[in-house]
Each structure stands twice: as structure tokens, then as C-alpha cells.
Design a protein around this ligand. Structure first.
Ligand code: RM4
Length: 277
């Protein structure tokens, strides 16, 4: 028996929502009755159009999964998809402006967009380091700030901001020396914005995914690889999937369920962090 819609009437936004964790969270928010805006990095290739079309189709299925009586169609979805490179500050203000134009307000913002290129530390070039820094941390800062400015300005004032950090905020990754500092930074940003924005009734929290199979680690965890076999053995609940991040995000978005949770770090890792076998 599925849960009833828990986010009816909310306006939610997700960066990097075309694939992976962001997509799963966006679809879950839609299934829970929210209006959803998705930011994505335009690639202008055929894969992008396929992903955009399939997101619409999956959105219809997600909404019907919790409301069988829904007669929603792909043409009239409460779904806004906005291209933009979040490493550019103006993308953040443009995204929030389009959300407000379309839906009138912003209640929950998920800073999810991020990159991770597995690389030997000694060989990482400055432009790769900068890309990780500008996308994962600067992009989080710019978009969280734009979202918070909107949440402060609206009535009723307030909202929920969710930073998708990582287990890598707590542990190292030998081939992720450019990535892990940015994920630690995202968590620290949530701690500080929780302190700064509580007076505006805005809650800021971090979700820390463990090893979730997404496009980020497709190559790193390819079938038959030693790494995949090791991670499957090491993680008590096995490898995660993007949908495993949706429930914790809905919980943090739903004020009746998490209204006194702010500055928290929620590890969603299948038990990996505590298992040192
Ligand atoms: C996470 C963790 C996972 C990896 C992803 C890309 O922080 O290190 O193992 O697959 O990043």
C-alpha cells in the first residue's frame, strides 16, 4: 500500500534532476503531489532529448502510482525543466525566477547537481579540479543562496533546503581527491546556512549518499569489476540505487515530519560507513 501524497501543494526544485539521484528525487516529489522544477546541464545531444522525454513519461507514471484516479498527461504535468550550468552564478537566479514565474513560490530546494571523475590524484590537472570545485561547491552555494533569497521574500516565509553531500564528506576516496573536499563543503554549507536561515523558518540539511549506482560511477562500478564486487560485499545492504535517496528527501521536505530538523547530516549508505570488515 503506497503512502498517500505527502507534498501536495508544495513547490519543489532539484538541480541536476535529469539523471541519477536528482531524477529519482524529482519523480518522488511529483508522486507526492508537488509541483517540481528540474535544472539540468544542457548537452544538446540526442541523449538529452531522450532523457527529457522519458522524464515526462516517468513523471506521469509516478503521479499515477500514488493517485490512481489521476488523469494527468505528459502535456499538462506540474513539471518545469530548465537548462543551466550551475557553476555560473546567473543560472541560479534565473532558475529560481523561472520557478516563481511558473509556480508562484518555492518550498523545497534540493542542491544535487555534481560531477565526479575518478582520477589518480597525482595526475589531476587544474582544470579538472576547478570543474569539480565550480560545479559541486560553487554551484551549490549560488543555487542555495538564490533559493534562500526567494524563501525569505515569500509569504509564508520559509522552506527546506537539502544539500546532496556524500559519504565522501566523512571518508576519503583515493581517486576522488578533487571531489571529496567539495562534498565536505556542501555539508558544511548546510550547517552554516542552517545557522544563518533559522530565523527565516528555513531548514537546511545534508543527505549523504553512500555508493549509489548512478552515471557518476557507471564506469567505476561496471559489471564484473573488482571494485563492484568489493563494494557489494562491503556494504551490508548492498549497492544503493537512486530511488533509495527519495524517501529521506521527502521526509526533509515534509514540515510535519521534520520541522525541527536543521543542520543535520543524514547518512543514506546501506550501512557502509559503520562496516569495517
Ligand atoms: C561517493 C562514493 C561512492 C562513489 C560516488 C561517485 O561519494 O565515493 O563510492 O561511487 O561518490
Amino acid at each position: 500500500m503506497p503512502l498517500p501524497p505527502l507534498l501536495a501543494g508544495q513547490v519543489c526544485a532539484v538541480t541536476g534532476g535529469l539523471t541519477g539521484i536528482g531524477r529519482a528525487i524529482a519523480l518522488s516529489f511529483l508522486s507526492h503531489g508537488a509541483k517540481v522544477a528540474v535544472n539540468y546541464l544542457a548537452s544538446h545531444n540526442k541523449d538529452e532529448q531522450r532523457l527529457l522525454d522519458s522524464l515526462r513519461e516517468d513523471a506521469v507514471a509516478a503521479i499515477k502510482s500514488r493517485d490512481q484516479s489521476s488523469i494527468i498527461s505528459a502535456e499538462d504535468l506540474p513539471l518545469l525543466m530548465v537548462p543551466g550550468d550551475i557553476s555560473q552564478p546567473e543560472t541560479a537566479t534565473d532558475f529560481v525566477s523561472q520557478i516563481v514565474s511558473a509556480f508562484g513560490r518555492l518550498d523545497t530546494f534540493v542542491s544535487n547537481a555534481g560531477i565526479c571523475k575518478f582520477e589518480e590524484f597525482l595526475a589531476i590537472k587544474p582544470d579538472s579540479f576547478q570543474r569539480h570545485l565550480q560545479t559541486n561547491l560553487s554551484g551549490a552555494f549560488y543555487t542555495v543562496q538564490a533559493a534562500a533569497q526567494q524563501m525569505v521574500s515569500q509569504s509564508p516565509q520559509g522552506g527546506s533546503i537539502i544539500g546532496i553531500s556524500s559519504i565522501s564528506a566523512l571518508v576519503g576516496g583515493a581517486e576522488q581527491c578533487h571531489y571529496t573536499p567539495t562534498k565536505a563543503g556542501v555539508h558544511s554549507l548546510m550547517q552554516s546556512t542552517a545557522a544563518a536561515l533559522g530565523k527565516y523558518n528555513i531548514r537546511c540539511n545534508s543527505l549523504l549518499p553512500g555508493t549509489i549506482r548512478t552515471q557518476l560511477n557507471e564506469e567505476d562500478l561496471k559489471d564484473g569489476s573488482e571494485k563492484k564486487a568489493y563494494m557489494e560485499k562491503r556494504i551490508p545492504l548492498g549497492l544503493g540505487k537512486p530511488e533509495d535517496m527519495a524517501g529521506p528527501a521527502v521526509w526533509l521536505a515534509q514540515p510535519e515530519l521534520s520541522n525541527y530538523v536543521s543542520g543535520a547530516q543524514i547518512l543514506v549508505d546501506g550501512g557502509a560507513y559503520v562496516n569495517f570488515q
